[in-house]
Design a protein around this ligand. Structure first.
Ligand SMILES: N[C@@H](CCC(=O)N[C@@H](CS)C(=O)NCC(=O)O)C(=O)O
Length: 311
């Protein structure tokens, strides 16, 4: 049984990105389904308050954010690489653009009324209402394009992406798939599932053929399904891996700190600093149910603060 445990839900685009990374690398993993909206007490037991989906658990180590999960999977199984040779830098930057700009264009585009109706087909109206209220609170203060603005921007993005494939290359950056492919794919996958809104993809035949290639990477091997209490017990029974604080970055081992996403869902996680470099920050925290866990975040797009010592 694989020790990689993905906490996710089926309709999450960022979870789809991660499932495809398992597919690209041919990895086996176990699955825990998390709620789509707050409250998420079993998520918080492991993450300390980070509520976004997905996150990866390996024993008592919790890896937040798909950018970091990608690096963890790359270390776990270097080949095939998510960052192939000469295009590694481009792949990482294109992925960052897709996870931010493209995602926050595709989502408001797809969730216009006709799209939302298709996405939530069969769900009771209260579920839709609760979802909308949850996401409004989660992204408060984040600029969000209106319908026409999102449609214009997505049209332009799709033209650029389709143009990248016009020389017949199978993948966005050449002959090998990379992190760029799964990152650009997941917002478009969400659009493709939004009923009539998916029409916007139709003129882009090269892009549509590429989407089929990305989907064919598959999801690796889902070897088991755990419930969240089993996952918490598994953390409790495990010891977190060792980490290291690089000197000269403004923080010391054992500093009480908080880490929060700097873009949206800015809930802060508090703990003691046990790992830091320019790519990753790691906090140790004690949880009543999960025991001692290490929670890892990417360093960029996250705000790291020393906790004020209270008088
Ligand atoms: N930068 C994060 C973004 C993750 C994200 O926004 N996920 C969405 C779901 S696709 C989310 O967390 N929605 C709120 C929730 O699931 O509670 C990542 O790469 O993992």
């Amino acid at each position: 049984m694989s020790d990689l445990i993905l906490h996710h839900y089926a309709s999450s685009p960022f979870a789809e990105k991660t499932r495809l990374m398992f597919g690209l690398k041919g990895l086996a993993w176990q699955s825990v389904t998390v709620p789509m909206i707050l409250p998420k007490p079993d998520v918080v037991a492991l993450t300390g308050g980070y509520r976004r989906t997905p996150f990866l658990q390996i024993g008592a180590d919790i890896y937040c954010d798909t950018a970091l999960i990608a690096d963890v999977l790359e270390r776990r199984q270097p080949m095939p690489s998510l960052y192939p040779g000469a295009v590694a830098g481009q792949a990482r930057l294109l992925a960052q653009w897709a996870d931010s700009d493209l995602f926050w264009t595709a989502l408001p585009y797809a969730m216009q009324p006709e799209g939302a109706k298709a996405v939530f087909a069969g769900a009771p109206p209260e579920a839709l209402k609760a979802f909308a209220a949850d996401r409004r609170a989660m992204s408060e203060g984040v600029p969000r394009p209106n319908g026409p603005d999102a449609t214009a921007a997505l049209t332009s993005h799709l033209q650029c992406l389709d143009a990248m494939l016009q020389d017949g290359r199978p993948w966005l950056l050449g002959n090998e798939p990379s992190i760029a492919d799964v990152s650009v794919y997941h917002p478009l996958w969400f659009v493709s599932r939004a009923g009539p809104m998916a029409e916007i993809l139709s003129p882009h035949t090269a892009l549509k053929a590429w989407m089929e290639r990305v989907a064919a990477l598959g999801h690796g091997e889902r070897t088991g399904k755990l419930d969240s209490t089993e996952a918490i017990a598994h953390a409790q029974a495990s010891t977190p891996a060792s980490a290291r604080v690089t000197p000269g970055l403004g923080f010391n081992l054992g500093d009480p700190v908080t880490v929060a996403p700097s873009d949206y869902a800015r809930d802060a996680v508090a703990g003691l600093l046990v790992g830091l470099d320019t790519h990753t920050v790691t906090l140790a925290r004690e949880d009543e149910r999960a025991g001692r866990v290490h929670v890892h975040f990417p360093r960029i797009r996250y705000t790291l603060r020393k906790e004020e010592t209270r008088a």
